[in-house]
Each structure stands twice: as C-alpha cells, then as structure tokens.
Design a protein around this ligand. Structure first.
Ligand code: ZN
Length: 233
C-alpha cells in the first residue's frame, strides 16, 4: 500500500516508479519538471523525454544516465543532468514532507529491517533523504575542512544537508571555497559558500568535523551538517 494515496498493490518502501510517475499525490512534482527534463534530453541529443516509458523516466530523473549517454557523452550528462536531478529529488522530497509531517523514508536502499529497527529505537530517526541520494559513507578528510587549506577546493560541487534553526534540514551545494582570512562567521573563518536551491540563496559556512552529523540523525542539533552523494552514480 502506498502511504501517500493509500493505493494497494504497491510496495511501501522504495517504489520509486509509483511515487514519481503514478501516485496522484506525488506525480505533480515530475509534471512540474517535465519541461526541464525535456530540455535536457534535447540538449544531450537523446530521445525526447516524453517518449520515455515511466520506468525509463524514473531511472533518468533519479540521475541514471540512459544507455545512449554511456556511449558518447557521459561528461555532458554529469554537467547538465546532475543539477536538474538533484533539484527534482529535492522538490520531491519537500513535497512528500508536506504530505506527511512525520519523517518518511523514501530510500530504496533500506530493507524492511532498517525500518523496523528505527521504529524500535525511539531516540533515533533518520533524516528524510532525497530519493537517489544517500549519506556519504565517510565524512570528508579533515584537512579539506580546515579554513584556508587549499585541499578544501576539492569540496566544491559536493552536496550537503545542513540543519537550519528555522527551516530544518536543507539541501545545499558547496559553491565556492573561501581564501579570505578576514571572512568570518560566528568568530570562525569561513571555509565555504553553500547554495540552497530551495531558498535561491547562498551563505558563508564553517563546515567542520565538529558539527558533522555522522549518524544522519534527524534530531541532531541545529547547525550540524553532512555530506550526501548520489546513490546510483
Ligand atoms: Zn501513491
């Protein structure tokens, strides 16, 4: 049974095809993004997005390149598709969140066992992750998070979740690395500027291992963060 429309005959966890293409409660998100994906397929010289089967659409919008891309233009795919797929996944995640105030686990990677164990542990609830994303398996190396250490440039383009006091967990992308020792926030030297597509805004950050949310715990304090990555690279 689908938790959003209560349709029977669908798997609750991880039925991305239903949630993205068929569910009356959630397919509106893809409808809003159809023009963007249509543009993307035209740009990359693929079959028109509208001609894809729901199964193919689901794979594409979650960031999996269609077969013709693998042969000729994977780099173009990564550059053009990754931001749109990330934006879509985030919009879907936010939409689902408006339907259900309680955290819904959308990741297909988690077995029923994981869902059960989180139910039985009242102290821990996992962060609602965007479909297609998962927490990075390890935090970034410490030197990449030391302000002014040029190793930090390798963090540019990475996706993060940051917990804001008012907005809760926000999906962001590391936009730039700071080289100015006078740029401070909360008495610390800024290491990165992070862009938040949902709010169309960006801001300076001091991302460090001290405020890294290693457990991906939804209830962790404000101003913690974690690195996330595509689960289907
Ligand atoms: Zn449904």
């Amino acid at each position: 049974m689908c938790p959003h429309c209560l349709a029977t005959g669908t798997t609750v966890l991880g039925d991305e095809l239903h949630i993205i293409c068929h569910c009356p409660a959630t397919k509106v998100v893809l409808e809003k993004f159809t023009d963007k994906f249509q543009h993307l397929t035209r740009l990359l010289d693929l079959f028109p997005f509208a001609s894809f089967t729901p199964d193919q659409m689901t794979r594409l919008v979650l960031g999996n390149p269609p077969a013709p891309v693998l042969n000729k233009n994977l780099k173009g795919w990564i550059t053009e598709a990754t931001p749109i797929c990330g934006e879509f996944a985030y919009a879907l995640c936010m939409h689902v969140r408006t339907l259900h105030p309680v955290t819904v686990e959308l990741s297909s990677d988690d077995s029923d066992d994981a869902a059960l164990s989180s139910d039985s542990n009242d102290d821990f609830s996992p962060i609602l992750l965007l479909p297609g994303f998962k927490p990075a398996s390890v935090p970034p190396p410490g030197n990449m998070l030391v302000p002014l250490d040029p190793a930090g440039k390798q963090m540019i383009g990475q996706h993060i979740l940051f917990k804001w006091p008012k907005h809760g967990w926000c999906f962001g992308k590391i936009l730039s690395w700071n080289s100015n020792p006078n740029r401070m926030v909360c008495k610390q030297i800024v290491d990165f500027t992070v862009f938040y597509p949902d709010h169309s805004s960006s801001g300076p950050h001091c991302l460090s291992l001290d405020n890294y949310n290693i457990d991906a715990d939804n209830d962790s304090p404000n101003h913690t963060w974690l690195l996330i990555e595509l689960s289907n690279p």
